[in-house]
Design a binder for this molecule. Structure first.
Ligand code: BGC
Length: 429
C-alpha cells in the first residue's frame, strides 16, 4: 500500500454479537446466569437489534461501511435439543438479505460466548457431545444460509471463552477448574474442525466459496517485571497456552503445552482459510500463586506508570505498536488476516477516534511491511451489553439510549466513515 491507501476491496466495517445487541435471548446460558443474579445487570432488551436490524444497517450504510460481522444465536435456532425454529432461521435469512441489499458483506459467527441452556444443562462444552451438537447446528444453519455467506467465524475467541467461563468463572457455568478448561479447549477445537469440514462440504457451484476461521483474540503478553526471569518465563508460557497452542492445533493438528498435555487432533489440521484477529491491547503477566488460574496473574496496570501511559474506560492498556506487532507475527502463518474486532470503550469520544486512527496506522504499517490484511471490523457498531460489566462501557460508534432505543451517531463514527469511504487513512498532525 502507498499514500495511506488500503488494498482494493478492503472490508471496512464493524462487529456485534447476538446476545450483546439482540435482546431477549431467553434460551441461552448467559440469560440464565443473569436471571440468577450472577451479574449486576441483565441483558434484557439490549439494543433491540433483533427488531431494529434494518435501521442499524442503514446507519452502517450512511457510515460507508462495506462489511458487517454479527453472530447467529444458537439458542434461538435450537431452543430445545433437536427442536429447530424455522422462524429464527428465517430471521437470519432476512438479516443476511438486508446486508446484501445494502452491499454489506456478511461475516457470520456461529458461536459468540452463549450456549443453549439445554446443552449447558448437560455439561455444556465440557461434555464431548457438544462437538456433535455444534456440528448439527452448523449443518442446519448452512443448509439455509450457506449460499449467501462467504466469511464464516466458527467460534469467537475460544481461549477467552475458556478463561472467562472455566478459569476465572465470570460467566456461566462460573467454573474455576483447569481440567474442565482443558476439555473445553479440546472440544472447541474439535467443534471448529467439524464445522470447517461441513462448511466446505456444503459448497456448491454458484454459492460463495466458504472462507472459514475462528476469531482469535491474540493479545501481546508482556512481563510485568521484565528483568525477572520468572515473569519472562510465565509470560512465554501464557502466550503458549493462550495463543500459540491453539493456532498450532488448527494449523498442524496438535495442541501441545509442556507440563499440561499433548493432544493430537488430526481433523483440525489445516482448518483455517484466513485468520480472524481480535485485538484490544497488551496484557501484563507476573508470576504469582493464583489458585484457579492457569495463566500467570495479570498485573494491575497501575504498577506500570512508565509503560502504560494510556488506558481505556475498562482500564485496559492502549498500545497500537502491539497491534502492529501482533499483525506482523500472525501474518507469518501465511494466511490472510481479517481484523474481526478492535475497539475501545471510552467516555470521551475524541479519545475513541484517537484510538482508532492510531490502530489503523499500525495496521497500515503492517500491511506495508507485507501482512496480508483483508479487512477491519471496529468493535462495535452500537453500544451494547458488555457481559459481566453490563451496560456501563460504551464501545459503540453509535451511542444507544437504552431507555428510548434512540441511536445517535458519534463523531468518531463520521471520521471512521471517511476512511471507509475513501479507503485511505490521512495522517493527522
Ligand atoms: C468479545 C466481545 C466483547 C469485546 C469487548 C471481545 O473479547 O468478543 O464480546 O464485547 O471483546 O470486551
Amino acid at each position: 500500500m502507498s499514500d495511506g491507501v488500503f488494498p482494493e476491496g478492503f472490508l471496512w466495517g464493524t462487529a456485534t454479537s447476538s446476545h450483546q445487541v439482540e435482546g431477549n435471548n431467553t434460551h441461552n446460558d448467559w440469560w440464565a446466569w443473569e436471571q440468577a443474579k450472577k451479574v449486576r445487570e441483565s441483558s434484557g432488551l439490549a439494543c433491540e437489534h433483533y427488531q431494529r436490524f434494518e435501521q442499524d444497517f442503514d446507519i452502517a450504510v450512511r457510515l460507508s461501511h462495506k462489511a458487517h460481522r454479527f453472530s447467529i444465536e444458537w439458542s434461538r435456532i435450537e431452543p430445545q435439543e433437536d427442536c429447530w425454529s424455522d422462524e429464527a432461521l428465517e430471521h437470519y435469512v432476512k438479516v443476511i438479505q438486508a446486508l446484501r441489499d445494502r452491499h454489506l458483506e456478511p461475516i457470520v459467527t456461529l458461536h459468540h460466548f452463549t450456549t443453549p441452556q439445554w446443552l449447558a444443562a448437560q455439561g455444556g462444552w465440557v461434555n464431548p457431545k457438544s462437538v456433535d451438537c455444534f456440528a448439527r447446528y452448523t449443518q442446519r444453519v448452512i443448509s439455509v444460509l450457506g449460499p449467501q455467506v462467504r466469511y464464516w467465524i466458527t467460534i469467537n475467541e475460544p481461549m477467552v471463552y475458556v478463561n472467562m467461563h472455566y478459569v476465572e468463572g465470570v460467566g456461566p457455568p462460573g467454573a474455576h477448574d483447569l481440567k474442565q478448561a482443558l476439555r473445553v479447549t479440546e472440544h472447541l477445537i474439535r467443534a471448529h474442525a467439524a464445522a470447517y469440514r461441513i462448511l466446505h462440504e456444503s459448497f456448491q457451484e454458484g454459492n460463495f466459496h466458504p472462507q472459514v476461521s475462528v476469531a482469535k483474540h491474540v493479545p501481546v503478553f508482556t512481563p510485568c517485571r521484565s528483568h525477572w526471569p520468572i515473569d519472562r518465563w510465565v509470560t512465554a508460557y501464557t502466550d503458549r497456552i493462550f495463543n500459540q497452542a491453539f493456532l498450532d492445533a488448527l494449523m498442524e493438528g496438535c495442541w501441545f503445552v509442556p507440563g499440561i498435555a499433548r493432544l493430537k487432533i488430526p481433523e483440525a489440521q489445516g482448518t483455517l482459510d484466513f485468520l480472524g484477529v481480535n485485538f484490544y491491547g497488551r496484557q501484563f503477566i507476573r508470576w504469582g500463586p493464583s489458585p484457579g488460574r492457569w495463566f500467570g496473574s495479570s498485573c494491575d496496570l497501575g504498577h506500570h506508570p512508565r509503560e502504560v501511559t494510556e488506558r481505556t474506560a475498562m482500564g485496559w492498556d492502549v498500545h497500537p505498536a502491539s497491534f502492529h506487532a501482533t499483525l506482523s507475527r500472525w501474518a507469518r502463518l501465511g494466511l490472510a488476516l481479517l481484523v474481526t474486532e478492535n475497539g475501545t470503550a471510552m467516555v470521551d469520544d475524541h479519545r475513541r477516534w484517537s484510538f482508532i486512527t492510531r490502530h489503523l496506522q499500525a495496521m497500515a504499517q503492517a500491511i506495508q511491511e507485507g501482512a496480508r490484511v483483508i479487512g477491519y471490523c471496529y468493535w462495535s457498531l452500537l453500544d451494547n451489553f458488555e457481559w459481566a460489566h453490563g451496560y456501563g462501557p460504551r464501545f459503540g460508534l453509535v451511542d444507544v439510549d437504552y431507555s428510548t432505543q434512540q441511536r445517535r451517531i458519534r463523531q468518531s463514527a463520521w471520521r471512521y466513515a471517511e476512511v471507509c469511504r475513501t479507503n485511505r487513512l490521512v495522517q493527522e498532525q
